[in-house]
Design a protein around this ligand. Structure first.
Ligand code: B12
Ligand code: SF4
Length: 453
């Protein structure tokens, strides 16, 4: 079934493929993390955004490269906002089309969206294999086995494969991230994004995973329930790496940069001590909390070039925060807003309305009160996307996942795995749901496939 080569000279060709067209446009950073494990292969990266072609053009380009393996990243399911686009369905159909035209290549899927629906995506996109969770710990072994006589995937963490007529899913293992090889940045890909006007296209992870239990959130499931911090020295190396290719604006890609706050402080302190603070601009997701948003954190953020902190305030109703997320109080949001104003750090407060127990009065109060805190921006959504493997999914299933449910909106027929978007919204708030617009899309001269070395 699988191609086999022996000598390095005759190395197999691996193509990393991203068909992600979601907005705002961002580079496929997943590939930076997989590339260091692919040094034994001829590697090309095709990103549909920079490739500038339609599916036919993509198929022709791919066919020209004669890949042995195509590694496909599935990043987004949808936007998690009611009425906005569903990406995964069309993404899977595109790959299915490409796959049919390249019957001899082995197609392997991965990414957050794949991790949430591995069986479905594997089957509908016609993939041979997939990986749930981190790619670093497994991609080398997986390809190694593929190109050896031992095409046996048992025991490879997170690997999803077919065994006769069933699909087997090995449980993922979340290894310490300081053990992973440093990411490889493809300079010409990043420069393309810079030229196309994509700000904050660079991305540096300082940690992975989340130990919180917000009822709507998939991140503990896809990244692991414990926070795995990266050595600050390694983070600084990655910052330098971006600077060396001309990228000085980036995002810390952590689920919550200040969880734990002590690690964020260590990272920022190191950036400051190494004199990089005035060379970079960064943004991050952060959480409010009694021990998560100190003056030391905010001042260091300011000194090291922070231009945006995104904080989920959820609601100003304490009981609603407890039902949705827990772990912080209104007082913590107020303190975060005060400190950010005091030190000139732009704070973007987000609310999430319509979840279990919410009310019209509480929603009104939330928007009004958060605006009164005068952050840089207040935005949010009404309706909570129900994703698999979340506490909200369990609640919805207990109450009944049915088109007759007064709490649910969206695709409720033939959608038992919640693949297509389903939203929880308290019945008293349903009438406020509406369709909304999407964001900025990058465009520029086509770049074509990028060779990794
Ligand atoms: C930072 C971030 C952003 C930043 C990105 C900044 C940047 N410069 O990249 C911003 C704010 C711009 C953003 C925007 C959006 N985001 Co966002 N984002 C994140 C966040 C926090 C980190 C993503 C990341 O880059 N991680 C690091 C990389 C290395 O991880 P990775 O891509 O998953 O790849 C790893 C593995 O998945 C695996 N892997 C990936 N592909 C493959 C392929 C193969 C073959 C293999 C073997 C392995 C593999 O290996 C990699 C290394 O381990 C995640 C949440 C999270 N903690 O993951 C949400 C998340 C990915 N975003 C999400 C969403 C929805 C969006 C938006 C659609 C929101 C919107 N606008 O409506 C947009 C889409 C943007 C786009 N063009 O894709 C969702 C996606 C799932 C979903 N719900 O659909 C997430 C999971 C958040 C959530 N809780 O739901 N986002
Ligand atoms: S919303 Fe943030 S704090 Fe809550 S579980 Fe998700 S990543 Fe963790």
């Amino acid at each position: 079934m699988f191609p086999q080569r022996t000598s390095k000279k005759d190395a197999p060709t691996v193509v990393l493929l991203s068909t992600n067209t979601a907005t705002p446009t961002v580079p496929p950073v997943a590939f930076d993390h997989l590339l260091p494990y692919l040094v034994d292969y001829n590697v090309f990266v095709i990103d549909i955004v920079t490739h500038g072609g339609d599916v036919e053009h993509l198929v022709r380009t791919l066919a020209g490269l004669r890949p042995d393996v195509v590694l496909v990243t599935f990043r987004n399911v949808d936007t998690a906002v009611y009425g906005r686009p569903f990406y995964l369905g069309p993404g899977v159909r595109t790959i299915a089309k490409v796959r049919r035209r390249l019957p001899h290549a082995v197609f392997i899927g991965g990414g957050v969206a794949f991790s949430l629906y591995p069986e479905r995506v594997l089957a509908e996109a016609g993939l041979d294999l997939g990986v749930v969770g981190d790619g670093e710990g497994v991609v080398k072994d997986l390809l190694g086995r593929l190109f050896s006589s031992r095409a046996d995937f048992c025991g490879l963490p997170g690997v999803v494969f077919r065994d006769h007529d069933r699909i087997v899913k090995n449980p993922p293992v979340f290894r310490p991230i300081s053990d992973f090889l440093p990411p490889v940045r493809l300079a010409n890909l990043y420069r393309w994004y810079l030229a196309a006007g994509v700000d904050f296209g660079g991305g540096v992870e300082t940690k992975r995973g989340c130990d919180r239990h917000c009822i709507y959130c998939v991140e503990p499931y896809v990244r692991g329930h414990t926070v795995r911090c990266k050595e600050p020295a390694l983070v600084v190396e990655e910052v330098r790496q971006f600077l060396s290719i001309g990228v000085h604006r980036f995002m810390f890609l952590d689920s919550e940069f200040n969880n734990p706050e002590s690690h964020a402080i260590e990272v920022l302190d190191r950036i400051a001590r190494e004199g990089l603070g005035d060379k970079i601009e960064w943004q991050a997701y952060a959480r409010p909390g009694p021990r998560a948003f100190s003056e030391e954190f905010v001042t260091l953020a300011r000194r090291t070039g922070c231009v945006r902190l995104d904080v989920d305030a959820i609601s100003v109703d304490e009981a609603q925060v407890r039902r949705m997320a827990g772990g912080f109080h209104l007082q913590d949001t107020i303190r975060a807003a005060h400190l950010c104003r005091k030190h000139g750090v732009p704070l973007y407060l987000n609310y999430l309305l319509g979840g279990p127990g919410d009310s019209v009065a509480s929603c009104d109060r939330t928007i009004e009160y958060l605006e009164s805190l005068q952050p840089a921006s207040v935005t949010g959504t009404l309706g909570v996307r129900v994703y698999p493997h979340t506490p909200l999914e369990r609640l919805v299933r207990r109450r009944g996942l049915s088109s007759r449910s007064p709490f649910l909106k969206g695709f409720l027929r033939n959608n038992d795995d919640l693949f297509r978007p389903v939203f929880y919204v308290e019945p008293c708030l349903r009438r406020f749901l509406k369709r909304s617009e999407t964001g900025h899309r990058a465009s520029g001269q086509p770049l074509g496939p990028v060779r990794s070395s």
